[in-house]
Design a protein around this ligand. Structure first.
Ligand SMILES: [Fe+2]
Length: 192
């Protein structure tokens, strides 16, 4: 099944939509990193890789139009995606990545996956940036796991959300390795 059928949008359309709504390159990088990790998780769980990948790519679509109002983050993205004919599953999982702000609750494997995947990207990127060469290639999974325990490091990263990997059966050490390997595959796009 092509992504157009299962998700309602192709990867190419999704990326141009993201670029239309998101100007900050750091945010675009965060979305690309989330996509890479979601694809790796989909493969691990034998789930729909396009659906999972595009949820990572599009989850912060409305970030620059919500005026920092977290009570609509994810909801506005849903309105845009609905108008584009995207699948209800994609729209729902994107809303649930901000369950905290929207008064919702994450219950499915897919929902927990997006929450932990998008949350660990910041921790991995920050770990790369403290390497002498600032490159992901120099980062070891063990270093990410160690930084995970240092709450003062990359303090905006919600450790609680990252730990949702264990709700879906992936021990944190293993998830640090999976996330790191996934981000390394797109290091040029991330500039890391
Ligand atoms: Fe995000």
């Amino acid at each position: 099944m092509s992504s157009k059928e299962s998700v309602g949008i192709s990867r190419e359309e999704a990326l141009s939509l993201l670029r239309e709504y998101v100007q900050n390159e750091k945010t675009v990088g965060h979305c690309l990193a989330s996509e890479a990790i979601m694809r790796a998780l989909a493969r691990r769980f034998s789930q729909d890789e396009e659906l999972w990948g595009l949820s990572g790519l599009l989850h912060d679509l409305d970030y620059e139009i919500i005026g920092e109002d977290m009570s609509v983050h994810g909801k506005k993205a849903g309105e845009i995606l609905e108008a584009k004919g995207c699948s209800p599953t994609l729209i729902e999982v994107i809303a649930k990545h901000n369950a905290e702000g929207l008064g919702l609750e994450r219950t499915t494997q897919f929902e927990h996956a997006l929450a932990c995947a998008e949350s660990i990207t910041g921790l991995i990127a920050a770990t790369a940036l403290v390497q002498p060469d600032k490159k992901l290639a120099s980062v070891k999974a063990k270093s990410v796991a160690k930084r995970m325990k240092q709450n003062a490091f990359a303090r905006t990263v919600s450790r609680e959300c990252v730990m949702e990997c264990e709700v879906i059966g992936i021990p944190i050490a293993e998830f640090c390795a999976l996330g790191l390997e996934a981000m390394k595959t797109i290091s040029d796009d991330l500039g890391l």
